[in-house]
Design a protein around this ligand. Structure first.
Ligand SMILES: *[C@@H]1O[C@H](CO)[C@@H](O)[C@H](O)[C@H]1NC(C)=O
Ligand SMILES: *[C@@H]1O[C@H](CO)[C@@H](O)[C@H](O)[C@H]1NC(C)=O
Ligand SMILES: *[C@@H]1O[C@H](CO)[C@@H](O)[C@H](O)[C@H]1NC(C)=O
Ligand SMILES: *[C@@H]1O[C@H](CO)[C@@H](O)[C@H](O)[C@H]1NC(C)=O
Ligand SMILES: *[C@@H]1O[C@H](CO)[C@@H](O)[C@H](O)[C@H]1NC(C)=O
Length: 613
């Protein structure tokens, strides 16, 4: 190193030490970047994060915070010495390059920032501190006082922090996070501390938006809206106070006028009917705006009118959308990114995946054992993509079943997933178990879970077991098979079960055709590279890849024509780490498939299904 540079480095280090400042934020070059990595900047995810319960007047706390791994894992109550050592970008997974930390193996950590509170809005003077998701447990301190605790890496939480705030100036926010990933059996999906083959780098920390809003004493905390093809709208306006308060809900016309206004009470379900609404479907994703008033509180939201049901169509049980059999076809959508891991680098990046899927003519995504930021579901509502939403599975232990406590916690979080997402019209089905992962088989809890979820949400179908250990619960008879589909067909492979014509014949996974991309589009991590050959079917040339893709889509079409096949999921949207079988590469830079060919073959699937009606 030239002597001058060396000197400069020393001086800088000295300065740092003397001011005791945190190490400044710098994007760490991820092992593989995307076209959006350098667009993240230091003002990430500036969009309003809660599209179905919008209030004017909010403040994002996203941006540069500080971070350090906790030295004493058990001691959440002991405040760490400030400043915390390193700057970090929030939201992010600390394992990701975007975080500026890019570390692995940390289970206990502190995050901190200072914030000022904007002036109270006309709507109220209580201040809510909102977290869209922190993986896995968070203990939140405001000005030294504990504001609350939350468990669950995919769900939102809010604390009324008014009593802890200072009347003016900075308020100090510290968050202690614990994330065991797969050291424990918790809802975790594909996160693994030992990523390889189909398991990936985990996500720990504050990975979705943090924000403030003003609300009145009695505020609207949740809005359940389910609108059917007959124009019937079922609503519950949940208030923060456990009392019945008058509410007024208005459904707005497509050109902004008011279509219907209804007076009702909070905390109890009510119903009204809108005359001849334009229905929501993938071909015509019509959404109606809604406003709700309760006292001085006012929120806006939206809904889509659609009905998901089942029915016999010319002798075969089918899923129906607005009374018609519509074939479901789309990719296994895992939502992993090489630069942000669980968090897409930007909203545009997230939506670009959905637009690719939509452009191919697909009408659905299976959101695979992960739950996305709410803006994902809003984008699906708007673009017209149905969603099959999986519950993130627990860790797969070959040697033991989940304990009763683990099961209770997993079911608790499943209920939260349903409650938080049941007003998105695009979601058409809940998937409880994936391939027996974390599934108890000494009794069959999926029967009771299916009944409970149906009571919580009667407006969707339930896929109790996507693949493998099917005991007859739920609405689907779902086979997984690689690479060839076996959809509603008279043949199947273990450990799947034969097609059960009393339920909907479905192919929850097939395909997975792979080919090794150029090194520049590959996740260059040794443990991943070593397991690339486990991708289900690898192709050495584009010609053989395209030939097999055509063949698989033809087989699927034949099964639609001949058997009880009502829908299918192709693995998968993008490559993920060691899995090189995406429609696009992991960095989203190279489309692997022949898009024009796929558009034609996909259209043929829908035509074949239509011909069965
Ligand atoms: C908040 O600001 C004070 C004063 O600048 C500083 O000493 C403290 O370290 C900050 N706290 C955090 C968590 O950033
Ligand atoms: C809310 O009110 C209902 C009915 O009055 C009561 O049964 C319930 O226990 C109350 N819940 C809470 C949390 O106060
Ligand atoms: C519905 O609300 C959204 C969000 O506030 C707004 O962007 C959109 O223009 C509204 N649509 C109509 C038809 O008023
Ligand atoms: C993949 O390659 C490794 C050696 O790198 C080998 O041990 C393993 O058996 C191979 N797996 C498959 C499925 O071919
Ligand atoms: C309806 O089912 C019958 C008996 O399986 C079959 O012959 C007929 O072609 C089917 N109709 C259509 C439109 O698929």
């Amino acid at each position: 190193m030239p002597i001058l540079l060396q000197l400069a480095v020393w001086v800088f280090a000295l300065l740092l030490a003397s001011t005791n400042a945190a190490e400044p934020y710098k994007l760490m070059p991820p092992p593989l970047d995307t076209p959006w990595t350098d667009k993240v900047g230091t003002n990430p995810w500036p969009q309003y994060p809660r599209p179905q319960l919008r209030r004017d007047g909010w403040k994002s706390l996203n941006g540069i915070w500080t971070y350090q791994a906790a030295t004493d894992p058990d001691d959440t109550a002991v405040k760490p010495t400030l400043p915390l050592r390193q700057e970090v970008l929030i939201p992010s997974c600390i394992e990701s390059g975007i975080s500026g930390i890019m570390t692995t193996g940390v289970t206990h950590m502190w995050f901190g920032t200072n914030f000022t509170v904007p002036e109270a809005s006309s709507q109220g003077d209580r201040v809510m501190l909102n977290f869209e998701a922190v993986d896995y447990e968070a203990t939140v301190y405001v000005n030294g006082a504990e504001a609350g605790f939350h468990r669950g890496g995919y769900s939102r939480f809010s604390f009324d922090v008014t009593q802890h705030l200072k009347p003016y100036g900075d308020n100090e926010l510290l968050v202690f996070v614990f994330d065991p990933t797969d050291d424990q059996s918790i809802p975790q999906g594909k996160q693994s501390k030992r990523p390889h083959h189909i398991f990936y780098t985990p996500c720990s920390g504050i990975w979705q938006t943090v924000w403030l809003e003003h609300v009145p004493e009695n505020s609207i905390t949740k809005l359940d809206v389910a609108a059917g093809m007959d124009g019937k709208v079922d609503v519950t306006v949940h208030g923060s106070k456990n009392e019945s308060t008058p509410v007024e809900i208005s459904v707005h016309d497509l050109d902004g006028g008011v279509l219907h206004t209804q007076q009702a009470m909070s905390n109890e379900p009510f119903t009204f009917t809108v005359q001849s609404p334009k229905l929501w479907s993938p071909d015509s994703p019509t959404l109606y705006n809604i406003t709700v008033k309760m006292g001085s509180d006012e929120v806006s939201s939206y809904t889509g009118f659609r009905t998901v049901s089942t029915g016999m169509v010319n002798g075969t049980l089918r899923q129906l959308l607005n009374g018609e059999f519509v074939f479901w076809f789309g990719p296994l959508d895992q939502g992993y990114w090489p630069d942000g891991l669980h968090l897409p680098p930007t909203l545009e990046a997230m939506v670009s995946d959905l637009e690719l899927i939509k452009d191919l003519g697909m009408n659905l995504v299976r959101k695979h054992i992960k739950i996305e930021p709410d803006l994902f579901y809003e984008a699906c509502d708007r673009l017209g993509l149905m969603v099959m939403q999986d519950m993130p599975s627990m860790r797969v232990y070959p040697e033991r079943r989940p304990t009763d406590d683990e099961q209770v916690e997993w079911e608790r979080q499943l209920d939260i997933m349903v409650e938080e997402h049941k007003s998105y019209p695009s979601i058409v089905s809940w998937v409880i178990y994936n391939e027996g992962w974390g599934q108890i088989t000494d009794y069959h809890p999926e029967f009771a879970i299916t009944e409970r979820v149906r009571r919580m949400d009667p407006t969707r179908l339930i896929n109790a077991n996507s693949g493998w250990r099917d005991h007859g619960a739920g609405d689907f008879s779902d086979n997984h098979h690689y690479a060839d589909p076996q959809c509603g067909a008279p043949y199947y492979s273990l450990p799947s079960s034969p097609y059960d014509p009393n339920r909907i014949g479905f192919q929850g996974e097939f395909g997975g055709l792979g080919s090794r991309p150029a090194d520049e589009n590959l996740w260059p991590i040794e443990t991943a590279l070593r397991t690339i050959n486990e991708t289900y079917e690898m192709h050495a040339t584009p010609d053989s890849f395209h030939y097999r893709a055509r063949t698989l889509l033809r087989l699927l079409r034949e099964q639609v024509e001949m058997y009880g096949c009502s829908g299918a999921i192709y693995t998968q949207t993008s490559d993920v780490e060691a899995e090189v079988n995406g429609l696009v590469t992991y960095d989203r830079r190279v489309v692997r498939i022949n898009a024009a060919q796929w558009q034609e073959d996909i259209k043929a699937l829908y035509d074949a299904a239509k011909a069965r009606v």
